[in-house]
Design a protein around this ligand. Structure first.
Ligand SMILES: [Zn+2]
Length: 584
């Protein structure tokens, strides 16, 4: 491709609405343009990079036996009603007004519909079906470019199995394929335990790229390798030194609502306050009170997992109606039986606590959890950096990460509710055991930019770069420069390389700046050195190291560097192995 007359619009200035590096550089380098909040056009440069990533994904999915298909984005709402997710996911669904359709945010319902029509016998299982397609999710605050969008391209695959062993095997194959995909895309990532969220199912893992631009937080143990999204991560909390509380009594605490205010007033540590929070499990409109150590925070995701329902904080009117007091003065003591009470295990059962008295301007002190009605105890807390690892006791680290892939063992949630059955070897009808696996393709690009960009622009891994080589012809009006550049361009193309020729009649400074911004891995500069029958060859990741090469040797040099860059990535991918495959 030639830069002259191509659609590769670059910007000198940083776009004012972009917060993170990848978003800024994608706009500045002319990869994407926003149509509406969280909705982007891929310009040719961005789309070329997307196609490279898609190509790697397709190769690796086919290598584990995946069969590519394509399901519609426009889905009849009634199919989603069969699993109840037209309600469960209503916050993120785009529904079509006046038509009973929605735009699919994921495809479990549709794949289950295909399966119930086409699969009959255990002999047809297992299957891996995948697609690379556009998804729609309503994000209230789309931001960070391709990291949080309303419309995005995703690879989603689904496994259909007759047995749990088959599911385990295909899940492991996906983990293997995903490691190869992300490694071949040149990314650095970790695989972490994750929440199944509203997908349901028995197990899931996420592939995370450590980056400040991320929106997930991952807890790591550097000693034993424990790693989990903080949505589910567990840690061991240091015990606190309780203050002595004599007897049980109600204390007047006018206008003191927060843990800080009340603990200061009562002269007891914050940790000894029992934070009482009221939520509603939306599935059956159940009021739920969560009790948690006063210096700790509720992890809403853990509560969703436990209740297997979306949740919301109770409205102030509901708190008043159900407990007879405003939030800040509520607690488990004398709470009505209609409220389900869950205690976080962080609070010791025999230490007297202070909490709301269910009466405005009053708290109650001296009760212990062992003498309070608690329906269940569990882990509902957000862990913090420095807590001890549950596996080995080493202090945990917490890092911000970008989620680039997520794999789930779904089980039979969808096949049961939609009647996707198969006949087993004994002739019995059983629900198909499913798995679901996703990769956000745009996030691969964002992550690569976040990981490797420098102050001058993007630095692409060669495997997903829009072009492998750029020829920067410095003074295109000079006949010799033009001739050498054209010759090299055609020769490299005939060698099967992706080459960009900057043949604009522009100043050298502009061309160098753009070449740095675009981040093409190998650059050939055709300029003054042509007078000595030489050109300059540099790698984008090491622009200080300029190599003057005889024009006759330039193609060989580029081939050598290109091979080196691919080998660095491919040799890491070769080391990846499939985990614990059951022997057949
Ligand atoms: Zn550990």
């Amino acid at each position: 491709m030639r830069v002259n007359k191509s659609l590769i619009p670059t910007l000198k200035e940083e776009p004012s609405d972009a917060e993170v590096t990848s978003h800024k550089l994608m706009i500045r380098a002319g990869l994407i343009r926003q149509l509406s909040a969280g909705i982007y056009t891929f310009l040719p440069f961005g789309w070329r990079a997307m196609l490279k990533a898609i190509n790697i994904i397709r190769q690796e999915m086919n290598a584990i036996g995946g069969q590519e298909l394509l399901m519609p984005s426009l889905n009849p709402t009634e199919l989603w009603h069969e699993t109840g997710r037209d309600q469960d996911m209503k916050d993120i669904l785009f529904s079509i007004k006046d038509r009973d359709f929605l735009l699919a945010p994921t495809h479990e319902e549709i794949i289950s519909d295909v399966a119930r029509r086409e699969i009959r016998s255990f002999r047809e299982l297992p299957q891996i079906w995948y697609q690379i397609q556009t998804k729609f999710r309503y994000e209230p605050r789309p931001r960070f470019g391709l990291l949080r969008c309303r419309e995005f391209i995703m690879k989603d695959s689904y496994t259909l199995c007759a047995t749990q062993e088959q599911l385990d095997e295909l899940y492991n194959l996906h983990e293997y394929a995903y490691r190869r995909i992300f490694t071949r895309c040149g990314l650095k990532y970790v695989v972490v335990g994750a929440s199944s969220g509203m997908m349901g199912g028995s197990g899931s893992q996420e592939f995370m790229v450590p980056s400040e631009a991320g929106e997930d937080r991952t807890a790591f143990c550097e000693k034993c390798g424990y790693a989990a999204n903080t949505e589910i991560a567990q840690g061991i909390l240091e015990p606190f030194e309780p203050a002595e509380i004599m007897g049980k009594k109600k204390v007047h605490t006018p206008n003191l609502r927060t843990v800080e205010e009340v603990s200061e007033f009562l002269k007891i540590p914050r940790a000894q306050m029992l934070k009482s929070l009221l939520y509603v499990a939306e599935k059956d409109d159940l009021p739920v009170m969560i009790l948690i150590r006063g210096d700790q925070q509720l992890n809403e995701e853990k509560l969703v997992q436990y209740l297997k329902s979306p949740i919301r904080p109770a409205h102030p009117e509901e708190v008043q109606q159900w407990l007879g007091a405003p939030a800040g003065f509520i607690g488990p003591v004398n709470a009505p039986d209609s409220i389900k009470i869950l205690a976080d295990k962080s609070y010791p059962v025999d230490v007297p606590f202070a909490t709301g008295a269910n009466e405005k301007d009053y708290h109650i002190i001296g009760y212990t959890l062992s003498e309070t009605k608690v329906d269940d105890t569990g882990d509902f807390r957000i862990i913090n950096e420095g807590e001890k690892c549950v596996e080995c006791g080493n202090p945990l680290k917490v890092r911000v990460t970008i989620e680039i892939g997520h794999i789930f063992k779904l089980g039979t949630k969808y096949s049961e509710s939609m009647g996707a059955l198969f006949q087993d070897s004994e002739g019995a009808q059983k629900p198909i055991i499913m798995g679901s696996y996703g990769i956000g393709v745009g996030r691969i690009l964002s992550s690569a930019i976040e990981l490797f960009a420098d102050e001058s622009g993007i630095v692409w891994p060669i495997t997903i770069a829009p072009f492998e080589v750029i020829i920067t012809a410095l003074d295109i009006t000079n006949d010799k420069i033009k001739e050498v550049a054209e010759k090299l361009y055609n020769k490299l193309l005939s060698e099967g390389m992706d080459v960009l020729l900057d043949d604009r009649d522009e100043r050298a400074g502009v061309k160098f700046k753009d070449a740095d911004l675009w981040g093409i891995p190998i650059r050939i500069t055709v300029g003054k050195l042509t007078a000595e029958d030489k050109v300059e060859v540099v790698l984008r990741r090491d622009t200080a190291n300029r190599m003057a090469v005889d024009i006759e040797m330039a193609v060989a040099k580029v081939k050598e560097l290109r091979l080196m860059l691919y080998n660095e990535i491919e040799s890491s991918a070769k080391k990846i192995e499939v985990k614990n495959l059951s022997k057949k």
